[in-house]
Structure formats: structure tokens, C-alpha cells
Design a protein around this ligand. Structure first.
Ligand code: NAP
Length: 489
């Protein structure tokens, strides 16, 4: 079924963007984009083939040399005007995000603010690419260290933050002087297409940014990764696909940035402010309906405060309004598709079979769309699958611990290491956890850590590299050096 087109969707350019031009796929194919709140078709988008991918790389490779010579100030100003334009068109972006991805409009607006900030942040970083000139220890040679753009980059994004995941890659690539091909998620290409429009209007030259939505990611991407003109892959998505792409990157020895899955522990100690911990838990669990790599996946709570924390969390989760993201008052939108919802329910059923107690929720919502009730599970057994796998839904499993050592061991008992959250007022404990918990990011008495000014990324199988912060631009730069003879010789 196709719904009446929303005006933002109706006026959107939905073709491929290659070498500064909007064009159909070479075989004129399209694929459909759905609204997860209704299951209805929103619109159709051009479906890039492997040949279209190659055409995008032709454009990126041809534009690279000239783009690398562009003055940093010019690249900075382009990003700054894109920031202004996204901010001015925030409502259009938020509407598209909610329509194609499902999150409540208020959260989509927050994503626009967050996503736009990467454009402003890297506008500021573009003019601060440094180098150094030193004397070698023997006093004779001089060492000149400088940074150059890596070259044509392939940027692959997931569906859960359609704007922010794109700006977090595009902005540092532009700032560094790399040309690029963006392959957005097939479930949510519309926001990327509006962003492309904005960036082209902001002055990104032809060939620098090429965008190829596709329903055949494997074919398009493998065609690009075996081409020696491609020099970098920046991927955000699941660890499973990331592992495969890392193996494929070996063929051309590509630079890689991999932002992969998570299994965040959320630790509550007996000295914590429990009301603040519940507030943080709601943010860490329910932001994006739990469909975030940073979502709290396991609540580890010290025995003496476990009942109080679980009761208060249950009360708040049960009061959440589930409904379409476009409706005022909605706290929890739909999950992205039926397959994802079925997986969330399967994980809940597996935990319940193992002895977990459903304190609230525990089932899908009947009717159109892919809604799932906010769920709290108490007394979850240590071998439950949802303690090992990403839940990607509004489900909070609570597990008790007795000592700090047990808490740390449980927190680290995962192959993932993206983020962890701790609630405690004890400074000594905080510092011990900072050193002992194996994660790229730690929230200390806060439920959200994402910030464009901070280096976002994971350890262990959550990934390689960092996005944002002063580190983010380095992912798109090579360090080179020249040795110079002694000027006094
Ligand atoms: P996904 O299935 O791994 O897909 C991510 C992207 O990879 C999509 O664009 C997808 O295209 C593409 N892709 C899939 N198979 C591919 C293949 N064989 N070759 C090349 N590209 C391929 O992940 P997702 O379901 O979209 O996103 C959820 C995952 O992303 C979760 O695991 C989450 O934790 C992770 N994530 C991590 C971060 C972070 O910063 N660490 C941030 C957000 C999300 P299609 O859309 O066409 O399948």
C-alpha cells in the first residue's frame, strides 16, 4: 500500500547523485522506502547497480587531486554553510527522519541538532590540520611531517541515525580534502538525499560527494573495494557485516574506520542517586527505541538497591506512550521492520524461558507498524541470549551483582566494547571503573555520551578508529614525512 505523499517526501530528489548531477540508475531500476509506523510505501528511490558504483568512483577519483588542493578555508566555509542550511531546514530533516526511520519527532529534531553539529565542528577542524618540523636527534637531518588526504573514500551508513551517521563521515572527509561515495542504508536513504541536496547547494564541487542508494549493497560495495582507486572505507553498522568488510579491505589494503555493534552495560552501585540512575537508564535504553549502538543492553545493579531501581524503572517504562513518531506525545516509535521486531521478541521469549520475570511489556503491539512494548525483565539468568546479543529494542534486562569485582567482570564479559554507563558517587570507584571497564566510551552518571566534540568509537569487536573530536579528521588523513639535509653542512 502507498500512503499519500508527505510534501517533504514529494518534493525530494530521489535519484543517484554522481559527478554533481542527479541521474537515474543505469538500468532505470528503483526500490521502495517504507514508513515503519504504518508499513506503507513512502516513495521509490533510484537503485544503483555495480556499474553506477563504478561511475561514482570514476567521479570521485577524477575530482580528488583538485579537491586536495582546495584551500582549507574554502572547505571549511562549505561545511559552515551546510550547517546553516541544515539548521534552517531542521523541520524538513526531522520529518524525513521520523517518516523513514520511525523515531518520535522530538528525537528526530535532536538528531538534526546533533547531526548538524558535525558539519560545524569539522568546519572548525578543517583549518587546523597541523604538521611539524623538527631536528633529528643526531642534529644533522631535519624532519618535516605533514598530513595529506587519504583519497577517495567509501562511506557506508546504517539506518538508525540517518542524518548523524552521514554527517559524522561526510564532514571530516570534506574537511580533510577527500572525495567520497556515500552508500546510505536501503531502509533510510531519504535523509541522505536531502543532505546531498544541501551540500551541493553549499558549494561541494562536482565529483567530491557521490551518493548511491542501492538495494544490492554487497554487489555495489564489493565492486568498489576491489578497485585500486578507492583508498578508504568508513563503515558504521553491525559487527557481522563489519568483519566481512574488514576482510575484503585486505585486498587493496584500505584504510578503515569501523563503527560496529555494542552491548553496553549500565552499572548501578548502592551509593548512586537511584532516581538519577533511573532517569539515565531511560535515556540510555529508550533513545531511538533502543535501536542505538550505544543503547544500554544490560542493567547490572547492586543487590541492596536492585529492587528499588527495578520498581522505579518499571513504573517509568510502563508509563511510556507507544505510537507513530509523527503523533504528538509519543515517547516510543515503531521498530524499523518486522524482522527486527521478531528478533526482539525472540530474545525476550528466550530470557523468559530461562526464568526471567516480565515486570512490564514483553510483547509486540497488534495493528499496523512494528511497535514493541517497553519491557523490563527482572531476574535474568546469566546465559540469556539478550545479555550477549544486541537487543536493538526497548527491552531492559536487570541482573544483580554483589561486589565491584563481580560488576566489572560481568561488564567485560562480552566481545563488544563500545560504551558503558556507571552510576556511583564514589570517586575512587569511578576512577577504577574508568581504568578497568573495557569500552571506548564511559558515561559517568549520564545516560548519553554522543557528542561531536568527543572521539566516538569502540574497543574489542566494537570497532577501529574514532569519529568526532579532534581525532575524527585524522581518519581521513595520511601522515607523511620528508627528511631534509643539514642546512649548516
Ligand atoms: P548492517 O546490516 O551491518 O548495515 C549497515 C550498512 O552496511 C548498510 O548501509 C547496509 O546496506 C550495508 N551492508 C549490509 N550488508 C553489506 C555487505 N555485504 N556489503 C556491504 N555493505 C553492506 O547494520 P544496520 O542494521 O544497518 O545497523 C545496525 C547496526 O549498526 C547495529 O549493530 C549497531 O550497533 C550498529 N551501529 C554502530 C554505530 C557505531 O557508531 N558504533 C552507530 C550506529 C549503528 P543495506 O541497508 O542495503 O543492508
Amino acid at each position: 500500500m502507498t500512503s499519500k505523499p508527505n510534501t517533504v517526501v514529494g518534493t525530494l530528489e530521489s535519484r543517484l547523485f554522481i559527478n554533481g548531477r542527479w541521474r537515474n540508475a543505469e538500468n532505470d531500476k528503483t526500490f521502495q522506502v517504507y514508513n515503519p509506523a504504518t508499513g506503507e510505501v513512502l516513495t521509490s528511490v533510484s537503485d544503483a547497480s555495480a556499474a553506477d558504483g563504478r561511475a561514482a568512483l570514476d567521479a570521485a577519483a577524477s575530482a580528488q587531486r583538485q579537491w586536495a588542493r582546495t584551500a582549507p578555508r574554502v572547505r571549511s566555509e562549505i561545511l559552515r554553510s551546510a550547517f546553516d542550511a541544515v539548521t534552517a531546514r531542521a523541520e524538513e530533516f526531522a520529518t524525513l527522519i521520523t517518516l523513514e526511520m520511525g523515531k518520535p519527532l522530538a528525537e528526530a529534531r535532536a538528531e538534526v541538532t546533533y547531526g548538524a553539529e558535525y558539519l560545524r565542528w569539522f568546519a572548525e577542524e578543517a583549518v587546523r590540520i597541523g604538521g611539524r618540523y623538527t631536528t633529528a636527534p643526531d642534529g644533522r637531518t631535519r624532519l618535516l611531517v605533514h598530513k595529506r588526504p587519504v583519497g577517495p573514500s567509501l562511506l557506508i551508513t546504517p539506518w538508525n541515525f540517518p542524518l548523524a551517521m552521514a554527517t559524522r563521515k561526510i564532514a571530516p572527509a570534506i574537511a580533510a580534502g577527500c572525495t567520497m561515495i556515500l552508500k546510505p542504508a536501503a531502509l533510510t536513504p531519504l535523509t541522505s538525499l536531502l543532505l546531498t541536496n544541501v551540500l551541493a547547494d553549499a558549494g561541494v564541487p562536482a565529483g567530491v560527494l557521490n551518493v548511491v542508494p542501492t538495494s544490492t549493497a554487497g554487489a555495489v560495495v564489493s565492486g568498489l573495494m576491489t578497485d585500486s582507486r578507492l583508498r578508504k572505507l568508513s563503515f558504521t553498522g553491525s559487527t557481522e557485516v563489519g568483519r566481512r568488510l574488514l576482510a575484503d579491505s585486505a585486498t587493496q589494503v584500505l584504510r578503515t574506520s569501523m563503527e560496529l555493534g555494542g552491548n553496553a552495560p549500565f552499572l548501578v552501585f548502592e551509593d548512586a542517586d537511584i532516581d538519577a540512575a533511573v532517569e539515565g537508564a531511560l535515556q540510555a535504553k529508550l533513545r531511538n527505541m533502543g535501536e542505538a549502538c550505544t543503547a544500554a543492553n544490560r542493567f547490572l545493579v547492586q543487590e541492596s538497591v536492585a529492587d528499588e531501581f527495578t520498581d522505579k524503572l518499571t513504573q517509568r517504562m510502563a508509563a511510556m506512550v507507544v505510537g507513530p513518531g509523527m503523533s504528538a506525545g509519543t515517547h516510543i516509535g515503531p521498530l524499523i521492520d518486522e524482522e527486527s521486531r521478531a528478533k526482539v521478541h525472540e530474545l525476550v521469549e528466550n530470557a523468559v524461558r530461562g526464568g526471567a520475570v516480565v515486570r512490564t511489556g514483553g510483547s509486540p503491539v497488534d495493528g499496523p507498524g512494528y511497535f514493541y512494548r517497553p519491557t523490563v525483565l527482572a531476574d535474568v539468568e546469566p546465559d540469556a541470549r539478550l545479555l550477549r546479543e544486541e537487543i536493538f529494542g526497548p527491552v531492559a534486562p536487570v541482573v544483580r551483582f554483589a561486589t565491584e569485582d563481580q560488576a566489572v567482570a560481568a561488564a567485560n564479559n562480552t566481545e563488544y566494547g563500545l560504551v558503558a554507563y556507571v552510576y556511583t558517587k564514589d570517586t575512587g570507584r569511578t576512577l577504577r571503573l574508568l581504568e578497568e571497564i573495557e569500552s571506548g566510551m564511559l558515561g559517568i552518571n549520564v545516560g548519553v555520551v554522543s557528542n561531536p566534540a568527543a572521539p566516538f568509537g569502540g574497543v574489542k569487536q566494537s570497532g577501529l578508529g574514532r569519529e568526532g573530536g579532534t581525532e575524527g579528521i585524522d581518519e581521513y588523513l595520511e601522515t607523511r614525512y620528508a627528511g631534509l639535509s643539514d642546512p649548516y653542512a
